[in-house]
Write a protein that binds this ligand. Structure first.
Ligand SMILES: [Fe+2]
Ligand SMILES: [Fe+2]
Length: 246
């Protein structure tokens, strides 16, 4: 991978920095290179992602209005995602970047299309899809925190990492508590593979780079199998050992 002018070449993105147990495949060097070359686009898209993440949590609270335990988990997440949105927008203002609509990649829609319509599959899939999106966000923010040339970007992404790790852990626990571990693990394996497939292929031009645009290691996808989660292990927030966020 070529270096961004004036910076050192990023290290291989499938290093231990960003290995996330839920993900079937790591992000590719091409994605990281594009993201570092167009931090403005990634930042604007990131603001939209935070807003959408708050919307997903709120949407689930509206869909299951009688589930007080669900609301107790998702209400703080919705608030936290909006705080992240405000943090990203504040940094954009310091960089003279305006919040503007950006065409999203097909990633979110393709994952949402996997959610089954009937219950309890709909609930399980909704939690796992939300968790997988959080996991991919966490992985890519970890890469940006490690490799972005600009200190303000490194600081922002590093500051957000810990809470994104908590979020995908929260969605996992919601799924496991309501649907049981065997059903949750089995469906996670299916959806994690589909998540990686949604990011497979040739990355589009740099203008199309987004937080969730195409870019996973193709060789890894061919052999990725199920995600790294071992049902027999104690929950560690979805991260590999030694991978403390930020
Ligand atoms: Fe967030
Ligand atoms: Fe999040």
């Amino acid at each position: 991978m070529s270096a961004v002018p004036g910076t050192a070449a990023p290290a291989a993105p499938d290093s231990s920095i960003a290995r996330v147990k839920w993900l079937a495949c790591p992000s590719s060097a091409q994605w990281l290179e594009q993201a570092i070359a167009r931090p403005d686009l990634v930042l604007i898209d990131h603001a939209h992602c935070e807003r959408k993440a708050a919307g997903v949590a709120l949407q689930l609270m509206f869909r299951y209005p009688g589930d007080a335990a669900l609301a107790a988990v998702l209400s703080p997440i919705a608030r936290e995602e909006l705080e992240h949105f405000e943090q990203v927008v504040a940094l954009m203002e310091r960089r003279n970047l305006a919040l503007r609509p950006l065409p999203p990649p097909s990633y979110g829609a393709s994952l949402t299309a996997q959610v089954r319509r009937g219950e309890p599959g709909r609930m399980l899939d909704s939690f796992l899809v939300a968790g997988l999106i959080e996991a991919r966000s966490h992985e890519r923010m970890a890469l940006l925190a490690a490799h972005s040339p600009a200190p303000d970007l490194r600081d922002l992404y590093a500051a957000l990492l810990a809470s994104e790790a908590r979020h995908f852990g929260a969605y996992w626990l919601l799924a496991e508590q309501r649907c049981g571990r065997p059903a949750t693990v089995q469906r996670l394996h299916q959806l994690a593979t589909l998540e990686a497939q949604a990011l497979a292929g040739e990355p589009a031009g740099a203008e199309q780079v987004r937080m969730h645009s195409v870019g996973v290691t193709v060789a890894a996808l061919a052999t990725c199998g199920p995600p790294l989660f071992d049902p027999g292990e104690p929950w560690r927030g979805g991260l590999d050992p030694g991978e403390a966020a930020g």
